[in-house]
Design a protein around this ligand. Structure first.
Ligand code: GAL
Length: 475
């Protein structure tokens, strides 16, 4: 059977080996924040602080994935999604960050991995998706150079316990976001601000990423080892040299600062002079230690940013022109809907000659959803995914590497400082009852993935399957 959707888009066009998946992260879904010996993480305490999270929300229950993972992994299977990306909570495995291992934490991730495998789903594991153990933050967190050895210890434990079954690994998720938002702007955990925190955090994160890569590859030579980066397509507000230069500085900060030292190109300080401050934290030999040859790079893209010169913004002298002030469509995150962005980012990362392979490890959108009569007709999200997929296909047709695509995300979940307000899921969650409802986008993705597999028609078993087929055929 062949599923034709979105003006000729069908799974076969991406080739047999293309990896289709869905991405999640521990703190955003697990809940059970103190169950079975889990230690506190920086997100557990940051969410307790006043006025940090919209509506005072927190992840203490979240999607209750700790208790409901069987049900949610069954949904992954039902939706025909062959690859499931999740992250490990460091403080669930090592409550104090280092030292004693919490066996119940290991058991939990074993259950996830085993359930995936029983269901025919391939597990993709991210070691670190922002939830540092609180005990380590008390010792300086990412600003303390010791974090490299703490992280190495955690990496070894995960490789030892899960490496027999997990074949795809990502060392870290979006270092720019957790260092920028968490250690510079103070709008994510741990809520630190300023260059004095950000600059050492950046350097120690780079060193930890490459060290993590080395450990995984040494211990698990057959595994595919990567790491992920956030990125946004950057364009200047006008063609004036001042705006063009400002756009270049933001591009350097958001898109180049982490990947380039890892690729052996050093920090891009020529284009962003304040990065020279990193020199203060460089030890002899660091230039080499920063480099690691990953099997793949995970590119994560949601939008583009328009940048203008701004004298008053420290360090970068640039500011972003919000989508809502530009008369363009945008999501509930305020992010412009601009599918060409993902194509541009695939091109940009492909231009680095020593990147071997690229997967899109996150892409998706938050829109206001309405649950009516047991259905969520999230046409905007469905179109967003289709339009982005067309751009991924465009890149592939030009011979660029883009070997997989993971939707962010499976279920609506805790969206960091925005709380539960933005909904990114293919599956709607009623956070009062924990009731799951597959949205139109979930049904669409399921049909799309089921179709090209030459499997029988996907068992949509849903209230609005007729609606889905009619939309699919019209688009
Ligand atoms: C990414 C992040 C995810 C998720 C998503 C949507 O930056 O890795 O955790 O929050 O954005 O905002």
């Amino acid at each position: 059977m062949e599923t034709e959707v979105g003006g000729g888009l069908n799974r076969d066009l991406f080739g047999k080996n293309f990896k289709w998946g869905v991405s999640t992260a521990a703190y955003q879904i697990e809940g059970s924040h103190d169950k079975d010996g889990k230690g506190s993480s920086i997100w557990d305490t940051y969410t307790e602080r006043k006025n940090k999270i919209l509506n005072g929300h927190h992840g203490r229950i979240a999607c209750d994935f700790y208790m409901r993972h069987q049900e949610d992994l069954a949904l992954v299977k039902k939706l025909n999604i062959p690859n499931f990306r999740f992250s490990t909570s460091w403080s669930r495995i090592l409550p104090e960050g280092t030292g004693t291992v919490n066996q119940k934490g290991i058991d939990f991730y074993n259950r996830i991995i085993d359930t995936c495998l029983e269901n025919g789903t391939d597990p993709w594991l991210t070691l670190y998706h922002w939830d540092l153990p609180l005990a380590l933050e008390k010792k300086g967190g990412w600003t303390n150079r010791d974090v490299i050895s703490w992280f190495a210890e955690f990496t070894e434990i995960c490789a030892k316990h899960f490496g027999d079954r997990v074949k795809h690994w990502m060392v870290m998720n979006e270092p720019m976001v957790f260092t920028g938002a968490g250690y510079f702007l103070g709008v994510h955990a741990p809520g630190r601000t300023g260059a004095k925190n950000f600059i050492p955090a950046v350097h120690h994160t780079v060193l930890s990423i490459s060290e993590g890569g080395r450990i995984l590859k040494d211990m698990l030579p057959a595994a595919e080892v990567g790491t992920t980066f956030s990125c946004s397509y950057i364009e200047p507000y006008t063609k004036r040299p001042k705006d063009v230069n400002a756009a270049n500085r933001i591009d350097t900060l958001l898109n180049r600062m982490f990947i380039e030292p890892i690729l052996g190109l050093g920090y891009p300080e020529k284009d962003l002079p304040f990065l020279k401050k990193i020199g203060r934290y460089m030890h002899p030999g660091d230039e080499d230690k920063m480099v690691f040859d990953f099997d793949f790079i995970g590119v994560q893209n949601y939008t583009r940013e328009i940048v203008r010169n701004s004298f008053i913004t420290p360090y970068v002298q640039a500011s972003l022109v919000k989508a809502r002030n530009r008369n363009v469509p945008y999501t509930s995150m305020g992010w412009e809907v601009f599918p060409e962005s993902i194509y541009e980012m695939i091109r940009k990362f492909n231009a680095y000659k020593n990147i071997k392979k690229i997967y899109i490890t996150e892409n998706g959108a938050a829109f206001t959803d309405h649950l009516v009569d047991g259905a969520v007709d999230d046409v905007d999200r469905t179109n967003y995914i289709k339009d982005n997929l067309k751009q991924v296909l465009r890149a592939r047709n030009e011979g660029l590497s883009a070997e997989g695509y993971f939707v962010w995300t499976l279920t609506d979940n805790f969206e960091w400082s925005e709380g539960y307000h933005p909904r990114f899921g293919l599956v709607h969650v009623d956070f009062e009852t924990q009731q799951r409802t597959i949205k139109l986008s979930g049904h669409w993705y399921s049909g799309f993935l089921g179709g090209a597999n030459d499997q029988a028609a996907p068992d949509l078993n849903c209230e609005n399957s007729t609606l889905i087929s009619s939309i699919a055929s019209k688009s």
